[in-house]
Design a protein around this ligand. Structure first.
Ligand code: CAA
Length: 289
C-alpha cells in the first residue's frame, strides 16, 4: 500500500519534531513544521544545519541533497497556517491534555479523514489520544521515532483500538519511505520500546542509589559487557531524566503495577533540576552548548 503523502505536517520543532522533519525532507517530502514557542524555530534550523553538515561530512548524503532537504522544510508559528498537509505527526510535550487538545484542533482543521493524524508519543495510550479526533478516531496512529532521529533505524507503529487497518499499513509504508524500519506493537503503556528500556534504566538508578557501583562503572559494565552504545545512565541523561520519570509514571499507572515506580534517586535529581544533557547536568555533567 502507498502512503500517498506529499506534504507532511510536524507539530513541535524540538528534538523529536525537528528530527522527523529532517528525515522526511531528506526522503523528498515537503514538510511544514509548527511551533509557537519563541526561539524554537531558529534553534531547529540550527540543529538541521549541524546534523545535515555531519551527514555530508561523512559522505552519507551529497551537499546538494542536504541543501534540497533544507529547502523543502517550511516553518509556521500559528497552527492555522499548517493547512495543506496530507499527514500530520505531532511531537509536542508528553502531556495527555496538550496532545489531545492539539489533535482535536487538527481533526477540526482537517475534516478529510484521509489525512492521518499520527502521534510520536513514547508511552501515552493511542486509544485515549485518538478519542480527541471524535468520529474520525480511526485515523489516529502511534508513529514513535527514536532520538537521534536521523541515525536511529526504528519507527514503532502502534495502532489504537480505533485505528483502521488501512492507516496502519500506510504508516508502515511512510516510515519505510522515510528510510526507517517500522515494527508494530500493541497499545499498552510504554508499547515495547519503553516497557523494556525504561525499567532497565530505572534499575541502573537503583543500583547507583544502593551503592552497587558508581555511575561510570555501571555504564562501563553495560557498554563493554553488553555492547550498549551508551550506558543506561548516560542514555537517561540523553533522553532527559524528567522524561524518564514521566515514562515510569505512565508505566506504573497504565500497567497497574508498583514495580514500575520511578527510583527515588532519579526523582530527586529531577527535583534538583538535574535533567540531563538539556540542563547541563544529570547523572553526568555536560558543557553548555
Ligand atoms: N545527525 C547527524 N549526525 C549525528 C547526530 C545527528 N542527529 N547525532 C550524532 N551524530 C554523529 C556525531 O556527530 C558523531 O560524528 P563523529 O563520529 O564525526 O564525531 C557520530 O554521529 C557518532 O556520535 P558520537 O561520537 O557522539 O557517539 P556514538 O558513536 O555513541 O553515536 C549514537 C551516537 C548514535 C547516539 C549512539 O550512542 C547510540 O545509538 N546511542 C543510543 C541511542 C538510543 O538508545 N536512542 C533511543 C533513545 S529512547 C528514545 O528516543 C525514545 C523514547 O521514547 C524515550
Amino acid at each position: 500500500m502507498s502512503h500517498n503523502v506529499k506534504t507532511l505536517g510536524v507539530l513541535g520543532a524540538g528534538q523529536m519534531g525537528g528530527g522527523i522533519a529532517q528525515v522526511a525532507a531528506m526522503a523528498g517530502l515537503s514538510v511544514k513544521v509548527f511551533d509557537s514557542f519563541p526561539g524554537s524555530i531558529e534553534r531547529c534550523k540550527g540543529v538541521h544545519a549541524k546534523s545535515l553538515g555531519k551527514l555530508v561530512e561523512k559522505g552519507k548524503i551529497s551537499k546538494d541533497a542536504a541543501d534540497a532537504a533544507v529547502g523543502r522544510i517550511g516553518f509556521v508559528d500559528k497552527l492555522e497556517n499548517l493547512a495543506g498537509c496530507d499527514w500530520v505527526v505531532e511531537a509536542v510535550v508528553e502531556d495527555v491534555k496538550v496532545k489531545k487538545d492539539l489533535l482535536g484542533k487538527l481533526a477540526a482543521m482537517y475534516p478529510d479523514e484521509g489525512v492521518v493524524l499520527a502521534t510520536n508519543t513514547s508511552s501515552i495510550s493511542i486509544t485515549e489520544l485518538a478519542t480527541a479526533a471524535g468520529k474520525t478516531a480511526g485515523r489516529v496512529v502511534g508513529m514513535h521515532f527514536f532520538n537521534p532521529v536521523p541515525l536511529m533505524q526504528l519507527v514503532e507503529v502502534i495502532p489504537g483500538l480505533q485505528t483502521s487497518a488501512g492507516v496502519v499499513e500506510r504508516t508502515m509504508a511512510l516510515a519505510t519511505a522515510m528510510g526507517k524500519t517500522p515494527l508494530r506493537a500493541n497499545d499498552r503503556a510504554g508499547f515495547i520500546s519503553n516497557r523494556v528500556l525504561m525499567p532497565m534504566i530505572n534499575e541502573a538508578f537503583y543500583a547507583w542509589m544502593e551503592g552497587v557501583a558508581e555511575p561510570e562503572a555501571i555504564d562501563g559494565i553495560m557498554k563493554l559487557g553488553c555492547n550498549f552504545p551508551m550506558g543506561p545512565l548516560r542514555l537517561a541523561d540523553f533522553i532527559g531524566l524528567d522524561t524518564c520519570v514521566h515514562i515510569m509514571n505512565v508505566l506504573a499507572e497504565g500497567l497497574n503495577n508498583d514495580r514500575y515506580r520511578a527510583c527515588p534517586l532519579l526523582k530527586q535529581l529531577v527535583i534538583a533540576g538535574r535533567l540531563g544533557d538539556k540542563s547541563g547536568r544529570g547523572v553526568f555533567e555536560y558543557p553548555v552548548k
